[in-house]
Design a protein. Structure first.
Length: 454
């Protein structure tokens, strides 16, 4: 059977896909009850479970993971003797940040300029819809030729490790011959790409204390140590003058050997303001795929509006460190913790709390499954060959699955190309990419089943 019926079927299913993504995006499923009610995540999980049941999945279950969230599991049996493929996505999302900065409401899927805007549209509710589209297209064209397991995680964005812990405690549940992680993306729109490496991560909260209580800055300023100033100085020690990450003991000179990222394209994709320099040294690919990168992602301090002339007794920040393949995330956590504890000025008291941690990942792109995916992407993207790139983000589950199922092949694809602006305001997905990647995944499943018969 040729690729044409699959592509036509997926095209005919796109209106339904948009309607379903609209429903799924509407759930404010940030897996942090301090920001949004847990009921939003529970409702999103129920929606995903109902969608699997509607596609005749068996053993659909809401898995209560140790971090207090739920992952959704389902199994679709294939022909006798067929291989098993695990399809992964996550339904939890990043917080919307400043909702007033969104052109359209973050939890209302809105079409604009040929794209669909909404939090999670690309990362990664769209990934779950991609899996549904691929399976529906196969069912309409002769049936699904493999057994399929689907797992939709409920706390990937928080990095709290609930699904990893659950999988380790139930190692038979997610066992598969091949695993497709639908949570990365093409290098750019229209260029089919598999992700060969992921940086790991560690996330810490650091608190600085200097006084028993806040003080009047006029009466005591100039001699009394200000915790906020101490925190700013401490955080500044994590970068060199050129912006290179400088955590004591952590190497930052690796080089990326593969697809390169031209600096002018990166500046455009990152929307760097005119006259503002990029940070770090080496190629862009070195900096975002092969080297560690520290980011201060939040600070607890008085807002400008309503600020009083006070010295702060305490200040707190959350620090994320991306850890490249070849470096151990646990060791990086120790080094970052030691750095923070030893670089505080003025003898300020420092306490550090681990929030989340995950190892880096490197895929074997020479495996047979990648050959099947290359053929599928060639058909779904006429005139283009599959490319391989790194990804600066982290998916801690990958290493857990690789450890549990060392014989399984793991492929990483998805909808998070640069224009998607995942984790930022005005996140969006390209419906053309959703359509083409759904075609590619359906063809991959067919190709992979045939390769196992040979």
């Amino acid at each position: 059977m040729t690729a044409r019926p699959i592509s036509e079927t997926v095209a005919s299913l796109m209106p339904r896909a948009k309607a379903e993504l609209t429903e799924l995006v509407a759930f404010r499923s940030v897996a942090d009850p301090a920001q949004f009610p847990k009921s939003e995540c529970d409702a999103a999980a129920d929606w995903v479970a109902d969608a699997l049941r509607a596609e005749d999945f068996q053993d659909v279950a809401l898995l209560d993971t140790p971090d207090g969230t739920r992952s959704v599991y389902g199994f679709l049996p294939g022909p006798a003797g067929a291989p098993t493929v695990l399809l992964y996505a996550h339904y939890d999302v990043q917080p919307p940040l400043d909702e007033s900065a969104w052109i359209s409401p973050p939890f209302e899927l809105t079409e604009r300029d040929g794209r669909w805007f909404g939090r999670g549209a690309a990362d990664c509710k769209g990934g779950f819809i991609m899996h549904l589209l691929a399976l529906r297209a196969l069912k309409a064209n002769g049936g699904v030729p493999v057994s399929v397991k689907v797992i939709a995680e409920g706390s990937e964005e928080q990095g709290t490790g609930g699904l990893e812990q659950y999988a380790e405690a139930h190692p038979e549940l997610l066992a598969a011959d091949t695993i497709v992680i639908g949570d990365t993306g093409n290098f750019r729109v229209g260029l089919p790409t598999v992700t060969s490496t992921l940086r790991g991560m560690t996330m810490l909260r650091v608190q600085v204390d200097t006084l028993e209580g806040n003080l009047h800055s006029g009466q005591f300023g100039g001699a009394a140590p200000d915790a906020l100033a101490a925190l700013i100085q401490l955080l500044a020690s994590l970068r060199a003058e050129d912006g290179t990450t400088t955590v004591d003991g952590l190497t930052s000179d690796a080089e990326w050997d593969g697809l390169q990222y031209p600096e002018d394209e990166f500046r455009k994709d990152a929307k760097v303001l005119d006259g503002v320099e990029l940070i770090g040294t080496g190629s862009v690919a070195d900096r975002i795929w092969a080297r560690p990168a520290v980011t201060v992602i939040g600070i607890d301090c008085p807002p400008v509006v309503g600020a009083t002339p006070s010295l702060q007794a305490s200040a707190r920040a959350q620090v994320s460190l991306r850890v490249p393949p070849g470096q151990d995330a646990a060791e990086a956590t120790k080094l970052l913790t030691a750095h923070l504890e030893s670089h505080a000025p003025w003898g300020a008291r420092v306490s550090v709390e681990l929030v989340g941690q995950g190892q880096a990942f490197r895929a074997d792109i020479t495996s047979p499954a990648y050959t099947s995916m290359a053929e599928a992407m060639r058909a779904a993207y006429p005139g283009e060959e599959m490319q391989s790139s790194g990804m600066g983000g982290s998916i801690p589950l990958c290493n857990t699955l690789a450890g549990l199922y060392p014989e399984a092949e793991i492929l990483l694809i998805g909808l998070s190309e640069p224009e998607a602006r995942i984790h930022a305001v005005n996140e969006s997905v390209s419906p053309q990419e959703l359509e083409r990647l759904s075609v590619a995944e359906a063809l991959f499943l067919r190709n992979y089943a045939e390769s196992k018969k040979a």
